[in-house]
Design a protein around this ligand. Sequence first.
Ligand SMILES: N[C@@H](CCC(=O)N[C@@H](CCS)C(=O)NCC(=O)O)C(=O)O
Ligand SMILES: [Fe+2]
Length: 263
Amino acid sequence: MWLSRSRPAAAAARRALALRPYCTRRAQRQGLLFRQLFEPVSCTYTYLLADLKTKEAVLIDPVLETAKRDAELVRELGLNLLYAANTHCHADHITGTGLLKTMLPGCRSVISQDSGALADILLREGHALEFGAFALETRSTPGHTDGCLTYVLSDRTMAFTGDALLIRGCGRTDFQQGSPETLYRSVHEKIFTLPGDCLIYPAHDYTGQTVSTVEEERTLNPRLTQSCEAFVQLMNSLNLPQPQQIDFAVPANLKCGIQDAAT
Ligand SMILES: N[C@@H](CCC(=O)N[C@@H](CCS)C(=O)NCC(=O)O)C(=O)O
Ligand SMILES: [Fe+2]
């Protein structure tokens, strides 16, 4: 749990907090508003990106419980939320995309076509979500689930990896069509081929870290620096408990968080 972290984890959290304003300032200089938001029960990160000039905005991986907070922030900042986008059909929490659509009319829900979920926009490899002068390009990174997408900012300075690549970890592969071989290929071919200084923003962190880089993960990730064979063996022997919300989160997320309507 994030709140009961060990001493090295606390030091890592302090380093990450020191880095965060830097990332935010760097983005601002390019005319991009960037916020990393946190939901503490499922330890999920939600990301808000917006073009400071046109005010067009995107939310990545909003959570039901914090959707109201996110909608208020969008309103306060005078933003026009075009998309509420999911990296995948989450197993551990209900997405906020359905509720955000009702709170911010005009906002459209987004997920990959391969997820099998309903949404206003179904993306595939090489598609782009445009907001003002910016765009998030999609890379298909299956393995944690069939439909996992990584969203890459078009200048390749930031990648939102969902659960495909976590900081010094990766998504589990023991449910929802998970496959360690597929995940290994996805990360090596679609994420580790990005520029080394590209910032990695995952959907979760359980140790207090907030951001990494491609180079750091390519060289330091304890799972993905191994051979594919060793990785498969490790992933197949994790024996993690099931996420507590899986039985109701997955059916709800297959409808993008809306229980009684089409999307
Ligand atoms: N304890 C949490 C679930 C934790 C978990 O299983 N996380 C997933 C990501 C969300 S689907 C995961 O892939 N973890 C990788 C790992 O190595 O821990 C809960 O009950 O919600
Ligand atoms: Fe997940």
